[in-house]
Design a protein around this ligand. Sequence first.
Ligand SMILES: Cc1cc2nc3c(=O)[nH]c(=O)nc-3n(C[C@H](O)[C@H](O)[C@H](O)COP(=O)(O)OP(=O)(O)OC[C@H]3O[C@@H](n4cnc5c(N)ncnc54)[C@H](O)[C@@H]3O)c2cc1C
Length: 383
Amino acid sequence: MFQITEEQRALRKTLREFVDREILPLAASFEHSAAFPNALFIRLGELGFLDLTFYHQREGALHNGVDSMIVMEELARGLPSAALSMSPHVQCMNLIEAEGSTSLRERVVSKALRGEHVLAFAITEASGGSDALGIDTTATFDGDGWILNGEKCWITSAGAADGYIVSAKSATSGRYRDVSLFYVDAKTPGLDDSRRTPLIGMKNSPTGVVRMKNCKVPRDCLIGQENSAYGQMKILLNEGRLDMAALAVGIAQGAMECSVKHTSQSGHFGRSLSSYQGVSFQVARMYEKIFMARNSLYTVAEMFRRQERATMEVAALKLFATEMCLEVCRSAVQLHGAKGLSQYTDVDRYFRDAQMLTIGEGSSEVCQIVISGKLYHTALDQY
Ligand SMILES: Cc1cc2nc3c(=O)[nH]c(=O)nc-3n(C[C@H](O)[C@H](O)[C@H](O)COP(=O)(O)OP(=O)(O)OC[C@H]3O[C@@H](n4cnc5c(N)ncnc54)[C@H](O)[C@@H]3O)c2cc1C
């Protein structure tokens, strides 16, 4: 079993208290507003909860490896959509710190750490989807900057973000893997991020379209080398999968807690629902699954901290944890009966929020492609 340290236990306690005090009592009204939680982001920044690092190691980061997972997990237990928006925000910030130009780092990183400047990732296009390299967006160098043209879809924090990291093909290069990443300020003329795509869940993490029409960015906005995005994106996807697993564990934990509370109340034929083993065993199975997922989450997070790529391991983790979360949330709704279906209750929100986890950052099918691809192309005695 993965043993967390006393410090990590204390971090979890601090976060639980914060979430119970400042997030859960407001979660229903947050969701009702369907607005990006700007004030909460700033509060998270003040408390150092945005100061996370995963594979891309940012020097001096407050929380690394397992600590970062505890933060993501506990915030997801409170408001999953805030944790969802945090994922690309933190990844973009760490990537800019690691590979961005000095001037870009100075413009963006410290404000992002404070939660005053929200960052988002714009990779997916209508023609790509599960194929992250299926990109039609182009970037053309015009002597003193890059001109971007294209349309990204399903972008987390679209319309709320202050800046996007965008993938694009340099117009001079036609090779499939020749893709580059650019930072584009949301106020850049030609950028339109006003079109939102309402989803069934994750209501406080607006999802939408980012359209760029002759959008010119300074040359210091190229992140890393031209045509180096293939390697960068592989790392980012792995980090995203780790985050989705953390969200899954946090959401499932929240759903389990709701189930314990609800089924402990007396009043059903004079006894509590939990007095029926058919009910209490369902809750026991929830715990079993969360326990297994959490242990795997910390194991893979630790591999990331050691700078191991862990592509197969994180795909397996994401597949297991997100499917587990769906099962737990479904049982939680069932145990709540009709109450489980009423809008703006925690259990209904967890259930709807959980649905996106098996799709974003590599769907369950894509994770199986990654795992089976490795199994059939590497000597079996390695596993
Ligand atoms: C809430 C949310 C937030 C998102 N945030 C971002 C973001 O911030 N930035 C960003 O760039 N993108 C984002 N995305 C996009 C996300 O990465 C894509 O939705 C995802 O990659 C899947 O692409 P698709 O939706 O086009 O599905 P498709 O690729 O069209 O797939 C449809 C179905 O077919 C399956 N499938 C596809 N290929 C295969 C295959 N070879 N074998 C078997 N099955 C297959 C898939 O698993 C899926 O079930 C977000 C999506 C959601 C839902």
